[in-house]
Design a protein around this ligand. Structure first.
Ligand code: G
Ligand code: G
Ligand code: MN
Ligand code: NA
Length: 254
């Protein structure tokens, strides 16, 4: 395809970009992290979204290059924000092909070192469906990241095929409840959406922090707070925005 032919070198041509979406603790609504979301600014086609080009990158064997660019760029931004005294963490999305490369954990260690950022300020997100693709390799890589001090997150949770016994084995610190769960109607018009409520309790019982994705309304937020959710992300707080706009969400240390 045209995209597959043009993706090589998109990083060098300056066509890749990262937007950031704040993740806020609730109910206090304090921004605690920013998720980095990649965009390809194609000179003719305009903005190409990751759902379209990440699978192409994976098929063309380019995911290590694209993912490596995103990891570097996100850590550079994280280092700059922390140098300004901002109390922030950054979450990076990683696909299965990238996570399961034998040198991935070493690459993360090298990038953290190069930008001199504390490991516990980086969050690596991997999709539930990505983990299922190779559970053993994923567990090994996630455990390796954790051994570095990096935080790990299971993305899009509740829509894929992770069994509860697998979930128990996964070395993840954070459960990101997919926006489909958040959008579920509340029961009998009451305050609690049943599926989101169950995911919050599940995370609690497994000792994982729960982040609700795709929060768009105050009603959804209220239901999540009632359930005891730790953090939330979504258009209610902010769309994904350029770094210079995202930084305003983060407090400077006193
Ligand atoms: O930004 P948007 O909501 O359109 O993201 C859509 C999907 O693309 C999400 O599932 C997200 O995890 C994924 N994604 C965003 N940025 C990256 C990235 O840098 N690398 C990988 N592998 N996936 C990404
Ligand atoms: O799969 P992942 O969670 O990494 O991707 C996040 C995707 O969800 C991005 O494409 C982002 O643009 C999108 N997103 C973020 N917040 C909201 C929201 O409140 N509503 C909807 N519909 N999409 C959102
Ligand atoms: Mn994500
Ligand atoms: Na998600």
């Amino acid at each position: 395809s045209l995209l597959a032919a043009e993706l090589p070198g998109a990083d060098r041509r300056g066509e890749l970009d990262l937007l950031y979406q704040p993740i806020v603790s609730v109910p206090d609504r304090r921004a605690v992290a920013a998720e980095a979301l990649i965009r390809w600014r194609h000179p003719q086609l305009g903005t190409v979204l990751p759902d379209e080009f990440v699978p192409i990158a994976e098929e063309a064997g380019l995911i290590a290059a694209v993912g490596g660019w995103a990891l570097h760029q996100a850590c550079r931004r994280l280092a700059a924000w922390r140098a300004e005294g901002r109390d922030v963490r950054v979450a990076v999305n990683v696909s299965a092909a990238q996570l399961c490369q034998p040198d991935f954990v070493a690459e993360v260690a090298a990038v953290l070192d190069a930008h001199d950022v504390p490991a516990d300020t980086l969050i690596v997100e991997v999709g539930e469906e990505d983990v299922v693709a190779d559970v053993q390799k994923s567990v090994t890589a996630l455990a390796g990241l954790r051994a570095l001090g990096v935080r790990t997150a299971l993305d899009d949770f509740g829509t894929g095929h992770t069994s509860l016994t697998y979930l128990r084995r996964l070395p993840v610190d954070i459960l990101k409840a997919d926006r489909a769960l958040v959008a579920e109607p509340t029961a009998h018009g009451g305050p609690v959406a049943p599926l989101a409520d169950v995911v919050v309790r599940l995370g609690e019982r497994l000792g994982m922090t729960v982040v609700a994705e795709g929060v768009e309304t105050e009603e959804q937020l209220a239901a999540l707070v009632a359930a005891g959710c730790d953090a939330a992300q979504g258009y209610l707080f902010s769309r994904p925005v350029p770094a210079e706009h995202a930084e305003a969400f983060f407090d400077l240390y006193a």
